[in-house]
Ligand binder design. Structure first.
Ligand code: 9D3
Length: 229
């Protein structure tokens, strides 16, 4: 899988992808992340990428031409499955969408800044708009890193042996049960006896019940289906 990221702050995106799982998947050639500096497509000798908005108002808007030019260049090189714009008014990111995107071959991510990008790019190029949550960030770069991380860990061979995406609690809509390690008693606080019983069917049942109870208490919204899968 190849992911091209378009940004005016490429430095913000370099370090996340030089680490851990991301790098493992990338070294195996399973995932290629290419960060593009939009300023290289900027207009004039000042490499302009943003301008005042029509109608007035504070804040700069990312100009259509640099974006259209880099998108044309990329699309001339390969077929992209989705052109994704990270934006606070996009679809709230959920695991189901991550799972879908992890099956794609080529993705483009556009990171917004300032007051966002010219609406015509959204109309004529963007195929999917994603928000990572209802809070205001300063740009789309960290959301892009979040999305790439979530996708990258699903790519076969991209995960450590000790974990499996299929058994992740979010995959089955439940929160994870509590976990413990040694010592069996710490400051007088004992690990639940069942976990030390060696009775694995009983342990599985206990964990499942804990997961359900925890989900009911903390995230009842995950239980009342509403088709969030
Ligand atoms: C003019 C109104 N603002 C929307 C609340 C404009 C605006 C604020 C912040 C436009 C962009 C941003 C920067 N944030 C993102 O680009 C962004 C984001 C976010 O702030 N929260 C959650 N997900 C995302 S994805 C991209």
């Amino acid at each position: 899988m190849r992911i091209d990221i378009i940004t005016v702050q490429p430095e913000l995106l370099r370090s996340p992808f030089e680490h851990s799982i991301m790098q493992r998947a990338q070294q195996k050639g399973l995932l290629e992340v290419v960060v593009h500096d939009l300023r290289e497509y900027g207009i004039g000798k000042h490499r302009m990428v943003d301008d005042y908005q029509f109608g007035g108002g504070a804040g700069m808007v990312m100009m259509p031409e640099p974006l259209a030019n880099i998108l044309d260049d990329l699309q001339a090189q390969r077929k992209y499955d989705e052109i994704i714009y990270l934006t606070p008014d996009g679809e709230l990111l959920k695991q189901k969408r991550v799972n879908q995107l992890s099956l794609k071959e080529n993705l483009i991510l556009i990171c917004g800044h300032y007051k966002g990008i010219d609406e015509r790019i959204r109309e004529h190029y963007v195929t999917l708009e994603i928000s990572i949550g209802d809070y205001v960030l300063s740009g789309g770069e960290l959301p892009a890193a979040v999305l790439v991380d979530a996708i990258g860990r699903l790519i076969p061979g991209g995960l450590g042996d000790e974990t499996s995406a299929l058994f992740d609690s979010f995959q089955d809509q439940l929160l994870a049960p509590p976990v413990y390690t040694r010592p069996a008693v710490f400051r007088g606080w004992a690990v639940p006896e069942i976990l030390r019983s060696g009775n694995f069917p009983a342990i599985e049942e206990w964990r499942h019940q804990q997961a359900i109870e925890r989900t009911r208490q903390r995230r009842p919204d995950l239980l009342d289906e509403n088709d969030q899968s």
